[in-house]
Ligand binder design. Structure first.
Ligand code: ATP
Ligand code: ZN
Length: 702
C-alpha cells in the first residue's frame, strides 16, 4: 500500500488496544484505500508496532489532515465483520465502566486472534467450521433436522413458569424488549430444567443461546446436561480455562453462527453471536460475575443490557437473588417467576444452629468438631450417607503463633498473616504469594514450640480423619485442585459415592447436584456477620443457603437432611431467617437497612482506588482527585467520602487506599465520572510515586 494519499482514500475509525493511561478513549483514525464495513478486523501501525484493530462504526470527528494519517496495513477479510450490536455492547461497557473502547473491544476477543495473518485466519476458520460437536451436524448451510431429547415431565410449578415465560414473549410487541425474568427458585427446584426448555424454544427458532455460569468448575456439569438434551446441536464453552487455540476455535464457531449453544463464564457475555435469541444467567447473585481488574464489568448487568438492546429474553436464575435484582423485581422492572418447592416435593434440609457458647470453655482451643456434630457425622457414616463440611478458609491454619514472645507469622510485604500449609510445610501469603519453609523455631525468640492458631480446611480434614478412622475424607479447595483434572476427579468421586465426608471452601457449595449428601455443616461462618462491607450479610446468606442446598437433593433422603451452623451468635437475624429458609424476609430486612442507609440498590456507588509506595502518595492523589471533582457541575448531586485504606491495606509493599463516591441517581454518577476520569490521567502524572489508580463502578467488595 502506498504511503501517499490517493484520491479514493477513506478515513476509518479503528479501535486499537491503547493503554488506558494514554488517555486515548476513542478509536483512532486511519486511511484505507476504500471503505470497509464496520466491525472488520484490520492490522494497523500503532506507535512502532503493528497491532490488531477493529473498524469502528461512525465517522471520524477529528479535524486532522488526512494526509498525516497512517494507512491500515491489511484487512482480515476472511472473517465476517463483528455486528453493530456487538460494537454497541462494547461502547456501552466502555463508557459505563470508564475504559477505552479499544481496550474493552480487544481484551474480550480471543488473544490468538491478535497474532494471526489473513492466511492463518482462513485456516482456523475452516477448522472451526468443522468443529466436531454434537452427533448429527450437517455441513454449514445444509438443513438438518434435529430432535432434541424430551426431558422429564414438568412439575406444575415449572409448567406454570414456562407458560408465563411464553406469555411474556408472545405478549410483547416485537419492537420492544421483553422484561428481564428473575427466576427465583429454591435449590433443587428445577431451575436448570426451565433453562433447558427456554433454550429448546429459542433453538427451535434457529436462534443461538448464551448460558452464563459463575465459575469454570460449574461449566462441565451444566455442559453435560445441555449436551444430553441437545445431542444433535453444536455447543461450545468459553472460559479462561481453555487453551488459546480452543478459545479461538470456540469463539469463531459462535461468531460464524455455527455454535448454537454457548456456555461460559463472565467473559462469554461478550461473545459474538449473530443470531442470539436467549441469555441465561445462572446463580445471578454470584460475585464472580464481576470482573475485578481492567474493565471492572458485571457480566450479569451487561447480559441484561445486551438482551434489552437485542430485544431478546434474559433469564436471571437464583435461589438467593442479588438484592439489586430482587428490588428491580419488587419495582416491577423485572418479571419475577417463582419455583417454590423442590423437585419431588423433597423438603429443604432442616437448619440447626449450634450455639458455640454452650461448649465447656477450654483455654485457647475451640473445636470445630463439636460432640453433637461428631454424632451427626457418625450417624451418616453408619447409614452410608455423605456429609459435607464447609469452611471458607484454606490451608492448615491462618497463622502460626509463638506462645513465648507472641510472634505471629505475618507477611513482611503485606498487612496480612501468612497461612500455614502443613502439606508442604510452608508459610504462604495469600495476597502476594510470598512463601517460605516453616521455621523450626520462633524467628524472634527461638522458642521451638510454635503452634498453629485457628483452623483451615487442611487441618479440618486431618481432624476428621483422626476422629473417624476408616472413613473416606476428601478435601476440595484451591490447594487440592491446583492441577488440571484434580477437581473433576474429586467431584466425580463424590458423585460415585467414594467419599464419606467432603471438606471444602465455597468451591463445594455452588451448583453441584450431589445426590447422596444428607448433612451439610458450616463450622465457622460468623466472620462475615461483622464485616465492614455492607454486602457481607447478603453474601453469607446466599453462601449458606447454597451450601444447605447441597443436602437432600434426592427426595427420598430429604426428610433426614440437615444443615448445621456452628455459631457464637445464634440469635442473629441472618441465622433466624436461614432456619426458616426465608430469603424473602431476609431480603426485606436488608433492603430496609439499605434504604435507610442510602446504599445500593437505592444509591449508586463508584470506588476510586489508588496504589502507591507510601500511604501519603496514595492519599495525596485521592485528595487531589476529590478536590477536582468538587469543582465539577454534577458534584452537587454526588457525595465524595474521605479516602480510607483498603481492608488489606498493604499488598506486596504497595499501600492501597480507596475513596467512595455515592449518588442517588445513576445518571449523576455517570456524568461526574465521565468528566472526572480524563482529568485523573493528567493528575497521575503530577503525583510521582503513584503506581496505579482505577475506578470501580458498582463495586461489589467495599
Ligand atoms: N420435572 C422434573 N421431573 C423430574 N426431575 C426433574 C424435573 N426437573 C428437574 N428435575 C431433576 O431435579 C434435580 C434438580 O433440578 P435442577 O438441577 O434443575 O434444580 P436447580 O433449581 O437448578 O438446582 P440448584 O439451584 O441447586 O442448582 C435435577 O437432578 C433434575 O434433573
Ligand atoms: Zn504478602
Amino acid at each position: 500500500m502506498s504511503e501517499t494519499l490517493q484520491a479514493h482514500d477513506t478515513v476509518l475509525r479503528v479501535a486499537v488496544d491503547a493503554p488506558q493511561h494514554s488517555g486515548l478513549i476513542d478509536p483512532l483514525d486511519y486511511l484505507s484505500p476504500g471503505p470497509l464495513p464496520p466491525g472488520s478486523l484490520v492490522r494497523v501501525p500503532f506507535g512502532r508496532r503493528e497491532t490488531l484493530g477493529i473498524v469502528w462504526p461512525g465517522n471520524s470527528a477529528s479535524e486532522i489532515d488526512p494526509a498525516s494519517l497512517r494507512p491500515i496495513q491489511s484487512t482480515l477479510d476472511a472473517l465476517p465483520p463483528l455486528s453493530r450490536t456487538w460494537c454497541r455492547l462494547i461502547e456501552f461497557a466502555a463508557s459505563y465502566y470508564q475504559r477505552s473502547i479499544g481496550e474493552v473491544a480487544l481484551s474480550v476477543l480471543p488473544p490468538q486472534l491478535r497474532d494471526l495473518d489473513s492466511q492463518q485466519l482462513k485456516l482456523r476458520l475452516k477448522r472451526a467450521a468443522k468443529l466436531p460437536v454434537g452427533a448429527s451436524i450437517g455441513s454449514p448451510g445444509e438443513e438438518v433436522s434435529v430432535t432434541d431429547a424430551a426431558g422429564p415431565t414438568l412439575n406444575p410449578a415449572q409448567a406454570q413458569v414456562l407458560a408465563e415465560l411464553d406469555a411474556l414473549l408472545q405478549a410483547d410487541v416485537p419492537q420492544t424488549a421483553p422484561a428481564p425474568v428473575l427466576l427465583y427458585g429454591v435449590t433443587g427446584s428445577g431451575k436448570t430444567e426451565v433453562y433447558l426448555r427456554a433454550a429448546a424454544h429459542a433453538l427451535s427458532q434457529g436462534r443461538q443461546v448464551l448460558v452464563l455460569v459463575p465459575e469454570i468448575n460449574l461449566t462441565p456439569q451444566l455442559e453435560a446436561r445441555f449436551a444430553e438434551r441437545f445431542a444433535g446441536r453444536r455447543m461450545v464453552s468459553l472460559h479462561s480455562g481453555l487453551t488459546p487455540a480452543q478459545r479461538l476455535r470456540h469463539w469463531l464457531s459462535a461468531h460464524l453462527g455455527e455454535a448454537e449453544l454457548v456456555l461460559g463464564t463472565r467473559l462469554a457475555v461478550f461473545a459474538s453471536l449473530p443470531r442470539l435469541g436467549l441469555i441465561v444467567v445462572d446463580e445471578e447473585h454470584d460475585p464472580s460475575y464481576k470482573q475485578q481488574d481492567g474493565a471492572r464489568y458485571s457480566a450479569r448487568d451487561l447480559a441484561v443490557y445486551r438482551a434489552h438492546q437485542e430485544k431478546i429474553p434474559v433469564i436471571l436464575g437464583s435461589a438467593t437473588p442479588s438484592l439489586e435484582s430482587w428490588q428491580r423485581a419488587n419495582e416491577g422492572r423485572y418479571k419475577r417467576l417463582v419455583l417454590p418447592g423442590r423437585i419431588g416435593g423433597g423438603a429443604l434440609p432442616r437448619v440447626r444452629l449450634f450455639d458455640m457458647k454452650m461448649l465447656p470453655l477450654t483455654k485457647g482451643v475451640t473445636t470445630a468438631l463439636t460432640a453433637p456434630l461428631i454424632q451427626a457425622l457418625r450417624a451418616r457414616l453408619e447409614r452410608g450417607e455423605q456429609s459435607l463440611i464447609f469452611l471458607n478458609r484454606r490451608g492448615y491454619a491462618p497463622v502460626l503463633h509463638c506462645g513465648e514472645c507472641n510472634w505471629k507469622s505475618d507477611c513482611p510485604h503485606c498487612s496480612a498473616w501468612r497461612v500455614f500449609h502443613k502439606g508442604d510445610r510452608t508459610l504462604r501469603c495469600h495476597h502476594c504469594g510470598f512463601t517460605e519453609r516453616v521455621p523450626f523455631a520462633c524467628p524472634t525468640c527461638g522458642n521451638q514450640d510454635i503452634a498453629p492458631l485457628g483452623r483451615g480446611t487442611e487441618r479440618l480434614e486431618e481432624q476428621l480423619a483422626e476422629t473417624f478412622p476408616g472413613a473416606r475424607v476428601a478435601r476440595i479447595d484451591a490447594d487440592s485442585t491446583k492441577h488440571k483434572g484434580q477437581l473433576e476427579a474429586a467431584l466425580q468421586a463424590v458423585h460415585d459415592g467414594e467419599v464419606d465426608i467432603l471438606v471444602g471452601t465455597q468451591m463445594i457449595t455452588k451448583g453441584h447436584d450431589f445426590r447422596r449428601i444428607t448433612l451439610v455443616a458450616a463450622v465457622n461462618p460468623d466472620g462475615a456477620l461483622f464485616s465492614s462491607d455492607f454486602r457481607a450479610p447478603e453474601r453469607l446468606f446466599a453462601l449458606l443457603m447454597q451450601a444447605g442446598g447441597r443436602a437432600g437433593r434426592d427426595a427420598e433422603q430429604a426428610a433426614r437432611s440437615e444443615m448445621w451452623v456452628q455459631t457464637w451468635h445464634p440469635e442473629h437475624a441472618l441465622y433466624k431467617a436461614l432456619v426458616q429458609h426465608d430469603f424473602e424476609s431476609f431480603a426485606k430486612s436488608q433492603l430496609a437497612e439499605r434504604a435507610s442507609a442510602g446504599l445500593p440498590p437505592f444509591a449508586h456507588l463508584a470506588l476510586l482506588r489508588a496504589e502507591g509506595r507510601t500511604v501519603e502518595v496514595a492519599k495525596g492523589f485521592l485528595d487531589a482527585a476529590a478536590a477536582f471533582a468538587q469543582q465539577l457541575p454534577p458534584a452537587s448531586q454526588v457525595l465524595i467520602y474521605p479516602c480510607i485504606p483498603m481492608s488489606v491495606a498493604r499488598v506486596a509493599n504497595v499501600e492501597r487506599m480507596q475513596m467512595l463516591v455515592e449518588a442517588a441517581s445513576r445518571g449523576a454518577l455517570q456524568h461526574l465520572l465521565s468528566m472526572w476520569m480524563p482529568e485523573l490521567h493528567a493528575l497521575k502524572r503530577t503525583h510521582k510515586g503513584l503506581l496505579r489508580w482505577a475506578v470501580d463502578v458498582d463495586p461489589l467488595a467495599i
